[in-house]
Write a protein that binds this ligand. Sequence first.
Ligand code: PAF
Length: 303
Amino acid sequence: MSIGIIGAGAIGQLLFAQLNTGTSNAHKIHLISRSPQSFIQPMSFTGLDNNTQHGSVEILGQDAAEIAQLDLLIVCVKAYQVVETITPVIDRLKPNCQIMLLHNGMGPHRNVAELLQHYPDMGLSLATTSQGALKNAPWNVSHTGNGKTLIGHYCGQPLAEHFKSFLLEQIPNATWHANITTALWQKLVINCAINPLTAFYQCKNGQLAEACYQTEILTIIEECITVAKLDGIDLTNVDMVTMVDEVIHFTANNTSSMLQDINHQRPTEIAYISGYVVARAQYHGIQTPANLTCLQRIQALEH
Ligand code: PAF
């Protein structure tokens, strides 16, 4: 079976390393970049134990013939790149290829689900991870924090059992979720509470455990829970505060993806994180001032 990971960012490279660890040759794992041609690339990956593995890897380009052989395509690009990444390759995928999205924030799954209506033998799964990963250089990634990875079926044909068990075995702390939309909302709340604050205050995740940030974090969480409820998703305050605290603790040394984006002057996923909550709140006719402040602060930094 052939698995492609498209998007060679920090999380894409982390996943590539994890899916390649200790495996038999049952699955061939490809890393796919967004350039047209394939190339051989020296890479290094440092695990949580500080052991570094070096190697040369063939990175497939968008035109590579291997794309037509993939059984599972894991899309690890930023939320705002999901549709533009899938659109040019979808016609070359096997008719029954499975697609899995793994990114922060919410929104693009609705567009991909619409696209898949024309491909009835394909299926869409969604995943979200709280693992920390840092790109020290373009092909040099460190695993900077443990965290949970949640995966579940969203629409179309279900993911085959052997893929499910492979992913759950290879990715540390990965679990399958029957209701992935609730899991995505939980992760959204975590990202709303951590990402904009770390980017705005220029701090590592662990610093958010300090007392001075607690009022802001609790207000963001409460607003998210209210909007989720209006969207038909029941989240409890106790659970969400615990989950946010746990991620702050387990990824204390991590530079959040949004802080990395701001520091490298890249666009952020704020429109799909705080922006998604603000948009859903507006749809339901309510205000979410703390999340709106986060959205506006990060948009100002982006500009
Ligand atoms: O976006 C991130 O950085 C991650 O989702 C998380 C969980 C906040 C850890 O840094």
